[in-house]
Design a protein around this ligand. Structure first.
Ligand SMILES: *Cc1c(COP(=O)(O)O)cnc(C)c1O
Length: 204
């Protein structure tokens, strides 16, 4: 939330954001109950619906903030389409990539300007740290975000940095195991749903 808060401080009173309605509750809360007080307005739309996103843009819109898959409904958004839309309208495309991690999805490759992570989840992976990250490949934007972070104090303690570096070393292995375990459960559920009929095998 510190990373997201720092990011929202980039915007000004009167600016408008289009945000996934399938959204982490804390992100909704900080926008709806805190940043709204400072005049940053938002439309929460189903970003899996390209037309709905296009229709939500106003002359004051400055950015799109997307979770894909969304937390909690796991809605999927077409990042390539939204990246083009953002380019056409000079908007920032921000992707909260907490759920897939950089192992399974790299939004910068699809045209995102800023990627957000809660490192408290898979990146940390051991339930012993709270952290977040903002990533961009635009140097000016990176300096701006660093300025905001440094000015408002959302920094990580040395101990938590160390724990996070430790965690990242096993991230690829952990994501592989998360995925294979999830696939096993999905196949088990599918088999249960068909009453054991139809032998389901694990795709190679
Ligand atoms: C948990 C979560 C956050 C907030 O992360 P914290 O590290 O708990 O502050 C933000 N976005 C998504 C998608 C999350 O799941």
């Amino acid at each position: 939330m510190a990373a997201l808060t720092t990011l929202f401080l980039h915007f000004s009173s009167g600016d408008h954001l289009v945000v996934s309605e399938d959204l982490y509750g804390g992100t909704y809360r900080v926008l709806d109950q805190i940043f709204a007080k400072f005049g940053l307005t938002c439309s929460f739309v189903k970003t899996s619906d390209n037309q709905a996103v296009a229709q939500a843009l106003t002359p004051a819109t400055k950015a799109l903030l997307v979770e894909t898959p969304g937390n909690p409904l796991l809605g999927i958004t077409d990042l390539r389409f939204l990246a083009e839309l953002c380019q056409d309208h000079h908007l920032l495309l921000i992707v909260d990539n907490t759920f897939l991690t950089p192992i399974l999805q790299q939004p910068l490759k699809w045209g995102a300007d800023i990627v957000v992570h809660s490192a408290t989840k898979y990146l940390g992976g051991h339930s012993d740290l709270c952290a977040g990250a903002l990533i961009t490949r635009d140097e000016t934007l990176g300096e701006r975000l660093y300025f905001l972070q440094n000015s408002t104090g959302a920094i990580l303690s040395p101990q938590d940095c160390w724990l996070l570096i430790r965690s990242l070393k096993t991230l690829p292995l952990r994501m592989e195991r998360h995925s294979s375990t999830a696939l096993k459960i999905a196949l088990w559920l599918q088999n249960a749903a068909t009453g054991g009929a139809g032998l389901l095998s694990r795709p190679e």
